[in-house]
Design a protein around this ligand. Structure first.
Ligand code: BGC
Length: 361
């Protein structure tokens, strides 16, 4: 029986390889982390727009939050003859092995939005200015706070995502002086309270705070954390509150929890990505702001870079990112703060979304 199973497995692997080797070739392979976080569906749609306009063959694969699936995706693209791979990693460190395999085949690797760390097997990085994303969030909360003793609730992204550190670092740059001077009082993180006197946190110190208030980029984790926090707090820790939420999906679920608490009179909450559902929340006054990262720019920057590489040119970059192993040449895009006041001009008038997708604009 065991032998028969092994035989069947061997046959199916052979058939898979056969199918791969006879499948159409791919010039550029794109690997995105998951369909479950709406951000990456936006990126796929934007990639599809750019792909339509190129003569090259491009394939987009999703890794569904699994480093193993991600590695298989990269192997599939290698087998299909990809010359450039654009990859947004599920897990910054775990993706190293997948891109090392690609590099060994002479493929050029572009790290997309999330920096892959601890490897020399990436050639370029295309990203938004993630520190400024966090700074914009921190600044929004500061700009809306008066007096002292304002309750502050902190939430962060996934520890496996280098961006979660950059967003937190940016926010902390702005919030820390206002925590130190008493404008804000942290309510939900003993780690952050212990470190509140330090502006320039080490990676380990950041990890201690992020580990405590992480959402894992998961709306359900965010919801249950927020519920646990509010259950543990008395009325005096609520009232008008300030919430650092790391992205739109988690922001909506945290906002719903705070909105349902009768001791919360008003909340200010951050977000990023300008997801459609959050744009509606902003119009309705249920989310305070989002940081708009124009995925049209990121997708076309990455594809243009790939095309230049295919044409034997060296793509232009404007900065470097340290991935703990090498300085990665990077192309970085700016971000825009969106609130109820400018949502129409930034997101509708620019053609990113159409007015008909929302109510109450
Ligand atoms: C991205 C964010 C996104 C988050 C969760 C981050 O790496 O930069 O835009 O919201 O991952 O998917």
């Amino acid at each position: 029986m065991k032998r028969f199973v092994v035989f069947l497995m061997a046959v199916s692997i052979l058939l898979m390889n056969f199918a791969v080797s006879f499948a159409a070739g791919v010039d550029v392979g794109i690997v995105l982390p998951t369909k479950d976080e709406p951000r990456w569906l936006q990126d796929r749609a934007r990639f599809e727009d750019v792909i339509k306009a190129t003569p090259y063959s491009v394939e987009v694969l999703f890794s569904q939050g699994s480093s193993a699936a991600e590695k298989t995706n990269v192997e599939t693209l290698i087998a299909k003859g990809a010359k450039v791979i654009i990859i947004c990693a599920h897990d910054a460190a775990a993706a190293g092995i997948a891109v090392e395999n690609a590099k060994a085949e002479g493929i050029t690797v572009i790290s997309y939005d999330r920096l892959i760390t601890g490897t020399d097997a990436i050639d370029y990085y295309v990203t938004f200015d993630s520190i400024s994303v966090g700074e914009a969030m921190g600044q929004y909360l500061v700009d809306n706070a008066k007096g002292t003793g304002n309750p502050l609730y902190l939430y962060a992204g996934a520890l496996t995502d280098n961006n979660a550190f950059l967003f937190f670092q940016g926010a902390w740059n702005i919030l820390q002086p206002k925590i130190a001077d008493g404008t804000f009082v942290i309510k939900n993180s003993t780690q952050a309270l212990a470190l509140k006197g330090i502006k320039a946190l080490t990676r380990e110190q950041q990890a201690a705070i992020i580990g405590e208030v992480t959402t894992d980029w998961d709306m359900n984790v965010a919801k249950s954390k927020a519920e646990a926090h509010l259950t543990a707090m008395g009325a005096a820790d609520k009232g008008q509150v300030y919430i650092l939420a790391p992205n739109d999906g988690t922001s909506r679920s945290i906002a719903d929890v705070f909105a349902a608490d009768t001791d919360v009179s008003k909340y200010f909450i951050t977000g990023q990505d300008a997801e459609k559902a959050s744009v509606q929340y902003i119009i309705d006054g249920r989310q305070s702001m989002t940081v708009f990262k124009d995925t049209r720019t990121l997708a076309s920057d990455a594809m243009n870079m790939a095309i230049e590489i295919l044409q034997g040119k060296t793509p232009a970059t404007d900065t470097f990112y340290d991935n703990t192993m090498i300085q990665v040449p990077a192309k970085q895009s700016p971000v825009v703060i969106v609130t109820k006041e400018n949502v129409k001009s930034i997101l509708i008038d620019s053609g990113y979304y159409s007015a008909g997708e929302f109510t109450g604009l």
